[in-house]
Each structure stands twice: as C-alpha cells, then as structure tokens.
Unconditional design. Sequence first.
Length: 306
Amino acid sequence: MVAYTCKYCNKCFSHLSNFIKHERTYTGVKPYVCKYCNKCFSQLSSLKLHERTHTGVKPYTCKNCDKCFGNLSNCKKHELTHTGVKPYTCNYCDKCFNAKSNCKQHERTHTGKKPYTCKHCRKCFSHSSACKKHERIHTGVTPYTCKHCEVCFKQSSGWKRHERTHARVKSYTCKHCNMHFSDLSNCKRHERTHTGVKPYTCKYCKMCFGQSSDCKKHERTHTGEKPYTCKYCEKCFSQSTDCKKHERTHTGEKPFTCKYCKKCFSQSSHCKQHERTHEEFSLGSIVKSVYFDLAAKCLPRNLSQS
C-alpha cells in the first residue's frame, strides 16, 4: 500500500485524505469557507458542524428523550446522562465524568494548567471555549446570527436566549413566585432575589455575589485587568458597557431616544435624566391647572358674599 509521508514531521499515512488533513495542521491552510459568515476551516466536517450554528439543523436525536443535537459526539455524551455511566475518573479526586473532555477540564482545576492562550493579549485559559469567547472581545467577531431579525452575537448562549424572545417560549418557572422565563440562567438568577443566595465569591477579598458577571467585574478592581479595547483608539476598559459608551464618542451614535420629544442621546442615563424634565414640566402644568380651576370656582362665591 502506498504510504504518504508528512514533510514536516515524517509521520506516515495510508490514506491520501488523512495525509492532506494532517499537513494542514502545519501549513494553516483552510480551504472550506462558511457561506453565512465567511469563517474558514481546514476540514469539511468542521465546516458542516459550524454551519449548523447558523441554520439550527440538529440531525442527531437522543434515543431516550428525543432531544436533538447538531453534533454526534454531543448526542452521545447526552445519552450517557440517561444511563448514569461515568467512565472517566479524575486522577486527583476520583470524581467521575461521562465525557473525557469534561474530565480533562476538571483536572485543570487541580493542576492550574491553562494551555489556551489569547493570541492578542497572551492571557491564558484552562478551557478552549473560554479562550475563543475572550478573543472575540478583541476581534469583535459575532458568528451567531438570529434567523428572525439578523441580530448578531459573540456567544451562542446570548444568541439562543435572544431567539427565544421571538418564539415567546418561557419554559422555566420561578418556584417562589411562579414568574416565567425563557432562559434557565435568568430563572436561577431571579430565584436568588428570593433566597438571597450568593454563590460567587471573590478570590481576593471573599466578598460574595449573586451573579457570576458581577463577581468577575468586582475582581477586576483587584487585578486592574481591562479586557475591553476601543476599536478606534485602543483605550482599554474593565467593563464592556464602559467600552461601548466610549466608542460612541468616536462614532457619534445616539441609540437612546426620548419618548416625549424624540431627542437622541448616546447614554441611557442621559436620556432618562432628560425625560424627567418633561415629566416635571407636565406635573407642574397639572398642579397649576388644578390651582386655577379651584380659584375660578371659589372666586364668584367670595364676590357674591361681599
């Protein structure tokens, strides 16, 4: 059988297709392009998996609960949750997992290993997905597009949450007040307003928070980290909202509109402050109107008595 040898590492292959795939790990060639967002891939299978994030196609179905998946490996991982089988054991604490990747991720909590590095700022991460999410802060790439209104998102979680606002599906119910939510994380976050539970603890001062995002924002006050960079002047910020506010000073964008006079503002707080001037003026007009009405009614009576 003809053997194909990689000219970079001398590894041999019996199939031409496998040989070509392997050499692309050295050359960086990515011949397959997504028709929705132009992202490139080195393998056709990776392209097909990616395009399903745009189309929503989920061809693999769990044989136990009919839940659907876009990826066969994710479907198989899910099916193990029904059987209870957890074949992968942590080498440090004997905790078991139903997926090898989850086990490896967990072991890094023991070792502190962070093998994934941001190519823009060299920050390191223990999870590949966390590194990719972080890199989008630098690139501004929004690979997830709503199929209803074409709004784009950096993260699949935000994209899925947004799409449920179109469907108006609210599958999750607060067990304290029966309020309904379209997203499980929002439901859990709401329930903490009832219970007062604060599961997220600052690793620097032990202050506790009800939301993971609030804890991360707080920790930056200790570290001084500023992961959000203005795409116009490269000024850095610790919070995404502050970065967006700053960028509007470059673009002149004013997305907040007064509901009374349609005047536009670059910040929500300025818009609300302006709207109060209408409300205060309206209230003052009402008080004056009531005063003069009462005065008009009382004046003839006083004159007749005199």
